[in-house]
Design a protein around this ligand. Structure first.
Ligand code: MG
Ligand code: MG
Ligand code: MG
Length: 305
């Protein structure tokens, strides 16, 4: 019997690479584990997997009766629909603790740092397992992605140290150059449909009795959205209607200017304005310095519900 390891729905690079890097570690420790994913990979993740010669984990959305480790989330809203019928052996994460519970004792590695792959890096050290060159390269990229090349307020010294050490194993001379290359790939939104863009990095959160969807697109220049905003708003409205959501937010993050244009479709705009002490104009506002959904958006919104 195998155990499956996977990250959240709408997987980002941390979720995909985390499944791969944790599965390798567990296999080295004698636990037969398979990395899987809950959804399509992003262009950024594709770039990372190609660069470091890795296969895309297999798509698997149902886990009833299986044993699993979950990576990069602990919220039911980001889990497979039948997660309650699976046995969760462990959680490796760097978000707020979600609403997933277990019936049996579990292994838990949750730290308030920049990336799940940094937590996994610490696990490799704790178990004294050597990280293969290509896996080190992927883990390094996942950390650079989640921390926005160290610019995000979620980034800690543990993350920067991990990137430096992983870059040596991966034999990457200038990790910041590779990080920028990755974000340029991420910024190419040209041919994507509005739905692909609104859900590329999209999470739903239970807030009080309501559900709120929050998407984020990180690019090197916001002008790529100039012609797309109307279509994005239209699709956000559809997402809201389809999911019976209270609000759908989309952060268009400019990683060079270090801030985000927040687009809002909501039943109650004043909640959003109160949370971020701002006034919406044409359903949007620039939030200077805001790069992180988990640290600068969710904690301010949640208490208002
Ligand atoms: Mg993630
Ligand atoms: Mg992450
Ligand atoms: Mg992110």
């Amino acid at each position: 019997m195998s155990t499956y390891i996977f990250g959240h729905t709408n997987p980002d690079s941390d979720s995909i690479v985390g499944a791969i890097s944790l599965a390798y570690l567990k296999n080295q420790l004698g636990e037969e584990c398979i990395a899987t994913r809950q959804g399509d990979i992003s262009p950024e993740t594709e770039f990372i997997l190609n660069k470091f010669n890795a296969d895309t984990p297999e798509l698997k959305t149902s886990y009833a009766g299986e044993e699993v480790y979950i990576v990069d989330f602990s919220d039911l809203a980001q889990a497979p629909k039948d997660i309650k019928e699976a046995t969760i052996l462990g959680i490796v994460d760097h978000h707020k603790l979600g609403d997933i519970t277990t019936n049996t004792p579990l292994e838990c590695w949750i730290r308030p740092i920049g990336c799940s792959n940094t937590v996994i890096y610490e696990m490799y050290k704790a178990y004294d397992v050597e990280i293969p060159k290509d896996i080190a390269g992927m883990m390094m990229c996942a950390i650079l992605s989640d921390t926005v090349i160290f610019k995000s307020p979620t980034c800690t010294k543990v993350d920067t140290k991990a990137v430096k050490e992983l870059s040596i194993i991966a034999e990457i001379e200038d990790y910041k150059v590779l990080g920028m290359e990755m974000f340029i790939v991420k910024s190419a939104v040209g041919n994507a449909t509005p739905r692909e863009l609104t859900t590329r990095d999209y999470k739903e959160f239970s807030m009080g009795e309501s559900k709120v969807g929050i998407g984020q697109l990180e690019v090197v220049d916001l002008s790529v959205f100039d012609e797309k905003k109307d279509a994005l708003f239209e699709d956000m409205q559809k997402l809201k209607d389809e999911g019976g959501l209270h609000s759908v937010l989309l952060l268009l993050t400019d990683i060079m200017k270090e801030g985000s244009q927040l687009l809002v479709i909501s039943d109650d705009n004043t909640k959003i304005e109160d949370a971020f002490k701002c006034i919406l104009q044409n359903r949007q506002v620039w939030l200077d310095g805001v790069l992180s959904r988990k640290k600068q958006i969710v904690p301010f919104l949640q208490p208002l519900f």
